[in-house]
Design a binder for this molecule. Structure first.
Ligand code: HEC
Ligand code: HEC
Length: 355
């Protein structure tokens, strides 16, 4: 039976590591199909894409004019080169103190259908804007004053008029004010939907390039979808179900989504599932920034978090070996993009853009 040995040897050479093909989960091919990159960025019917609107939104996003003392913009905390977050444990309040929450990344929010914010306090992406703008501890600018400031600036007034052309065919009708709160929200949200992760080694692997990721990462992918059960909440290309769960991490006063839905046991201590892309180099994780490394995150899941009635049924002690933990980390590392993110400066397209 010498030919069998020969076949095994050449198969092992082809995949680079002896035995790895035999060890992979039988469902791997089906799982991989769940992670294909989307064809285009979705925009809601109520706020469709247009280039002038996106350009206006980008300008607003980076402009400290939207803060009371003109010192902060959205980009003060959502920095493009820090995966659109700020690298801090918790966001920096105006007084210099830590705010309540860790600043989340803004990557891939266009695919998120549910509510926004760690505890779901915002109805949709449009509704987020005046949370930070009007908060006294953050940008500290009332909505009326924001509208007045922008309307008094001829360049902004023209940009708003261009981004929101009067739809009425009757030119004699008063087009109304060019700058409104709703239009500020619509422009910012249009720009934010363009904040999309660029392809990572993982995406090349999903597209069929077997050499794009190491074997350890492939084993980690099997664990992520299989025994470790991560995909129950982080499944799919954006790695978030957009939903709220208690994974057994938060203690104390903040009961997350439970504050808004006090009758629900399951929503006590429930926070929104974050996406898992671009985490390389990060040192703060979770809604409260309470974990300081990905290894600590894996250890939390391995222990199963705090056992309490609200904890998700998808969470339980995993008893992972050290090798399995390393495989999960190797997998998460493949979610870092090959090239820098560029929508902060790139030319924006005329039509709905592709990711
Ligand atoms: C001081 C830092 C800071 C500034 C400035 C700031 N943010 Fe945030 N952002 C945060 C924090 C912290 C959260 C989490 C808040 C929460 O969950 O209640 C957040 C949450 C968000 C979310 C929700 C993300 C999600 O996954 O649900 C969006 C969208 C967002 N910010 C956009 C903006 C925009 C647009 C601006 C400017 C108008 C802005 N932020 C200004 C810190 C900041
Ligand atoms: C029941 C749903 C669920 C499961 C299962 C789950 N997660 Fe999470 N994950 C969440 C939620 C919710 C958060 C945010 C919790 C918080 O901030 O309090 C989170 C946070 C994280 C974070 C921190 C991200 C950040 O931006 O701070 C990482 C990393 C992570 N999960 C990885 C994993 C891995 C790896 C597994 C499998 C071992 C897993 N998750 C299983 C829901 C889940």
């Amino acid at each position: 039976m010498a030919w069998k040995v020969g076949a095994a040897v050449s198969a092992a050479l082809a995949v680079g590591i002896a035995g790895s093909a035999a060890q992979q989960a039988p469902q791997r091919a089906a799982w991989r199909a769940e992670y294909r990159a989307p064809e285009s960025i979705p925009f809601p019917e109520s706020n469709p894409y247009s280039r002038p609107k996106a350009e206006l939104g980008r300008r607003l996003f980076f402009d400290p004019v939207l803060s009371g003392d003109r010192t902060r913009s959205c980009a003060s905390c959502h920095q493009p080169d820090l995966a659109w977050a700020d690298g801090r444990r918790r966001a920096l309040g105006r007084s210099g103190d830590d705010m309540e929450f860790h600043t989340p990344s803004l990557l891939n929010l266009a695919w998120q259908e549910g509510r926004f914010g760690w505890d779901g306090k915002f109805r949709d992406l449009e509704a987020v804007a005046f949370g930070p703008i009007s908060a006294p501890g953050n940008m500290n600018l009332g909505a009326e004053e924001a509208v007045r400031r922008l309307a008094a600036d001829p360049a902004y007034a023209a940009a708003f008029a261009g981004a929101f052309p009067n739809a009425s065919p009757d030119a004699s009708l008063d087009p109304g004010p060019a700058v409104t709160r709703e239009r500020i929200e619509a422009a910012l949200a249009t720009f934010e939907r363009l904040i999309v992760s660029t392809p990572a080694p993982f995406d090349r692997w999903i597209a069929g390039d077997e050499r794009a990721v190491p074997e350890a990462a492939k084993r980690g992918f099997d664990l992520f979808n299989g025994r470790a059960n991560c995909a129950a909440c982080h499944g799919g290309w954006s790695f978030s179900d957009g939903s709220f769960h208690d994974i057994g991490v938060g203690r104390g006063e903040d009961i997350g989504r439970g504050r808004f839905v006090p009758k629900s046991e399951a929503l006590r201590y429930a926070f929104k599932t974050p996406g898992l892309r671009e985490m390389r180099g990060r040192t703060h994780f979770m809604h409260d920034g309470s974990l300081d490394s990905l290894a600590a995150v894996i250890d939390l899941y391995d222990r199963g978090g705090i056992d309490r009635p609200s904890r998700s049924r998808e969470i339980r002690p995993l008893n992972l070996t050290a090798a399995e933990k390393a495989d999960l980390l190797a997998f998460l590392d493949t979610l870092n993009a090959d090239a820098a993110l560029s929508v902060a400066a790139a030319d924006l397209p005329d039509g709905p853009p592709k990711p």
